[in-house]
Design a binder for this molecule. Structure first.
Ligand SMILES: O=C([O-])C(=O)C[C@H](O)[C@@H](O)C(=O)[O-]
Ligand SMILES: [Mg+2]
Length: 429
């Protein structure tokens, strides 16, 4: 076996995305992702996936060059290489990460978001070379299937008129009846039994009404509401007071650890986050102040699957729950999430996944949800296969784009429908 890396391929793509609403605006019709392939001297190829905006691409390129000749098994070495890659200061000074969804942008967060795709690709290649699934390389699965929740979004039926986009048949969902209908469809198609509603879109009373309608339509099913930090402490407490009894947890009601700590101190409703605990440096303050009860990890920005396991161990030590956050992603990432989730004993909440919203993929075969679960692949590596024709088509779309869609910008996408739209100041309500 010769697991020396002889080739690294980076393929930026644009993937169709429906008009899903969040507090920043609306999803673009196409969103950028980056597909990473590492090839070894033996001709084994591993795949990974991460964000595809330019700020990630410009780090991934020099990173890829440094990988040539290294062992695919040298996973710890990836972090040392990342430290050697310079981050342009204009990318971090005064910038917020992913439209503010991950707090302040730092060089470290950018680097980790790139390292993660290479780590997954190396694990995939190593697993294929050894004939072992990725979960075995992570210490072994403790469950055979990983449960996911339905990720409900307020949405329009289609993108604004005149904007080139793929169509879907989900229809609009802008009120409680629309959200219940969407949830029903998710349950019928995929068997999900937990429901997360992306909030921060309409005034809190409307979102409270939607959660109540879900509780009535699906009695006993775990429910979550996530306004992405759009509410003040007082508004968060009012929502907790009104619907806390029917929520599994409230996700990032207010922005930042101090505000979350204040909410947590005054309610018994568990608070989850993917916004105030987004890297190891942020754990100490949040846990010391008891600001969050569940951390939603995301291997893309925590720096990969092994870091995700470390995070899970820290959460276990402090008695904090762990589950998984998701942003627009394809099957490579769903497979990676499923492998790592299968190895975490203290995973007690269904994970998030945007995948059902993605009609396109770069795999020969889509991953399936059965009874809301993805079966943990046992084939070597991630257990998925790249479809080069599909990859080519989505890359062609990226090449043909004039640059307008290569950076995900939900506020800019919203301005096409509403030219006066500006990213709302926080707290919005
Ligand atoms: O749980 C979350 O905060 C997210 O999933 C953030 C995402 O960016 C989501 O809000 C979205 O894609 O609109
Ligand atoms: Mg969230």
């Amino acid at each position: 076996m010769n697991p020396r890396i002889t080739d690294v391929r980076l393929t930026p793509i644009l993937v169709a995305d429906p008009p899903l609403l969040n507090t920043q605006g609306v999803h673009q019709p196409y969103t950028p992702r980056l597909i990473v392939e590492v090839e070894t001297a033996d001709g084994v190829t591993g795949v990974g996936e991460t964000y595809g905006d330019s700020k990630y691409l410009e780090l991934a390129r020099p990173f890829a060059e440094k990988l040539h000749g290294r062992q695919v098994s040298d996973l710890n070495g990836l972090f040392a290489i990342a430290d050697e890659v310079a981050v342009d200061s204009s990318r971090i000074s005064g910038q917020v990460d992913v439209g503010g969804l991950r707090g302040v942008q730092t060089a470290d967060k950018l680097r980790l978001s790139v390292v993660s795709a290479f780590e997954v690709a190396c694990l995939d290649a190593l697993g294929k070379a050894l004939g072992l699934p990725v979960h075995t390389l992570l210490g072994g699965k403790v469950r055979d299937a990983v449960e996911y929740s339905a990720y409900l979004f307020y949405r329009w039926a289609g993108h604004p008129e005149g904007v080139p986009a793929e169509q879907d048949d989900w229809g609009a969902a802008v009120d409680p009846a629309g959200i219940v209908e969407q949830a029903r469809r998710f349950k019928e198609r995929y068997g999900f039994t937990s429901f997360k509603l992306k909030g921060g879109v309409f005034p809190p009373d409307e979102e409270i009404a939607a959660v109540r309608a879900l509780a009535e339509a699906f009695p006993g099913h775990p429910l979550r509401l996530d306004p992405n930090g759009a509410w003040s402490v007082e508004t968060s407490l009012k929502v907790a007071d009104e619907i806390g009894g029917i929520l599994e947890y409230l996700e990032d009601p207010a922005l930042g650890t101090p505000a979350m700590a204040e909410v947590a101190a005054r309610t018994d409703v568990p608070l989850a986050t993917n916004m105030c605990v987004t890297n190891f440096a942020e754990i100490k303050e949040a846990f010391t102040r008891d600001a969050v009860q569940v951390v939603l990890s995301d291997h893309h920005y925590w720096g990969g699957l092994r870091n995700t396991r470390q995070l899970a161990e820290i959460c276990r030590t402090f008695g904090v729950g762990i589950s998984m956050h998701s942003n627009t992603h394809l099957g490579i990432s769903l497979a990676a999430m499923t492998h790592v989730a299968s190895t975490v004993p203290n995973l007690h909440h269904a994970c998030d996944s945007h995948y059902p919203w993605q009609s396109e993929d770069v795999l020969t075969e889509r991953l399936a949800f059965d009874d809301g679960k993805v079966t943990v692949p046992d084939a070597p590596g991630l257990g998925v296969e790249l479809d080069r024709d599909k990859l080519r088509v989505l890359h062609r779309r990226w090449l043909d784009d004039d640059g307008a869609l290569r950076e995900r910008d939900d506020a800019a996408a919203m301005r096409i429908a509403d030219p006066d739209w500006v990213t709302p100041a926080v707290p919005r309500w």
